[in-house]
Write a protein that binds this ligand. Structure first.
Ligand SMILES: [Zn+2]
Ligand SMILES: [Zn+2]
Length: 381
């Protein structure tokens, strides 16, 4: 079938093109994409900091409605509203032990430019495009996904609500999961969170939800710190005014119980570790440049501190995403506060806004009519 897709082409721009998409094969579902969030990993692939062969259809925070399913698909049916997330095999040792983010087939299922059998699902003018990015390639009117990439949205859902749920597939799941699944802070705990992008702000929301008594937000930009304060941060540290570790320690005597690092910058990783007290735990979420290394005072590790990383917040998407949807519906996880909506035709503007730091989480609507209608019903009420 013919679809419309934002194709990433060298030297780092998206072009809206007509693309030929295969019908769903065994184990695949065809999803009509309503909207998709733009994540830094998409921009990293566009810029080729993350090697993914271009031209390609990127996008890995899609939401939409299932239109058709291939043979053997049993959990999804046409009409289902779904949040798309990363791919995992479901059968390896890590998947079987409830850690699908560490799936042993992860590279093949998320970063291969074609299906596992080598066939290409997307073509433009008869030439294959790289697709299947995070098992979805959702910057398009339609996506082909494996059954495990799609999480059903519970209950009735409008296209408007579905569009707001897009960042659950990666950014929100990662930041909220780092707090709720990895750190599991006891009520009254203290946490420092580095980098107020979508991941860091989601961690702020989750820390507030978990009852943390002190939530120290660290960022370079005053505007982002103001937003963090509105969303629950109790203390703000402007990075760049000297090393952030001592500044956090000055606010929370002895250091915080926990630190969350969401920038991927090695010096910030070291700051995060230095912010915690003896026996504190730091979780690293940011994607560091390949080959980079982190240096910190080795004596920090002699005091019982823990440093670990997390991919996608360690959750099981089929369980965790519906929980996050319920929290969002209850008003307890207002991640829509840092999202900005665009029609997909403005995808290059969204990338530019993201690079400048003007937009934290762009959400791209695949249908211009949907975009024009978006928010109208609630605004009129
Ligand atoms: Zn697996
Ligand atoms: Zn992402």
């Amino acid at each position: 079938m013919e679809i419309r897709a934002a194709v990433a082409r060298p030297p780092g721009v998206f072009s809206l093109e007509t693309v030929e998409l295969d019908a769903p094969r065994a184990g695949e579902a065809l999803v009509r994409i309503v909207a998709a969030g733009l994540c830094h990993t998409d921009v990293a692939a566009l810029d080729q900091h993350l090697p993914y062969p271009l031209p390609a259809v990127l996008g890995h925070e899609g939401v939409g409605f299932v239109e058709a399913v291939g043979d053997g698909v049993t959990r999804l049916a046409p009409g289902d509203a779904v949040v798309l997330t990363y791919g995992a095999c479901g059968v390896c040792a890590n998947c079987q032990s409830g850690r699908p983010a560490y799936c042993l087939q992860s590279r093949r299922l998320n970063f291969a430019p074609c299906r596992p059998d080598g066939s290409c699902s997307h073509h433009a003018l008869g030439r294959p495009l790289s697709a299947g990015f995070f098992g979805q390639s959702s910057f398009a009117t339609h996506a082909l996904v494996r059954e495990r990439n799609a999480v059903k949205v519970p209950g009735a859902v409008t296209a408007d609500e579905l569009a707001t749920l897009a960042p659950l597939g990666c950014g929100v799941q990662t930041g909220a999961g780092a707090v709720l699944n990895v750190l599991k802070p006891a009520v009254g705990s203290t946490v420092a969170i580095f980098g107020m992008g979508a991941v860091g702000l989601s961690a702020v929301l989750a820390a507030k939800l978990a009852g943390c008594s002190r939530i120290v937000a660290v960022d370079l930009h005053a505007g982002r710190l103001d937003l963090a304060a509105e969303l629950g941060a109790t203390d703000l540290v402007r990075a760049g005014d000297g090393p952030a570790g001592p500044q956090v320690q000055a606010r929370v005597a002895g250091g915080t119980d926990f630190a969350v690092e969401a920038t991927g910058i090695p010096s910030v990783m070291a700051d995060a570790v230095a912010s915690t007290h003896r026996t504190g735990t730091t979780v690293l979420l940011g994607l560091a440049a390949a080959g980079s290394s982190v240096t910190f005072d080795a004596s920090l590790l002699l005091s019982g501190r823990t440093v670990r990383s997390s991919i996608e917040g360690d959750g099981v998407p089929e369980v965790f995403i519906p929980r996050l949807i319920a929290l969002h519906r209850a008003g307890s996880l207002p991640f829509d506060r840092f999202c900005r909506h665009y029609p997909v035709d403005a995808i290059n503007d969204a990338v530019a806004d993201c690079r400048r730091g003007d937009t934290i989480k762009p959400i791209l609507h695949m249908d211009a009519g949907d975009f024009r209608r978006f928010g109208r019903s609630s605004a009129a009420a």
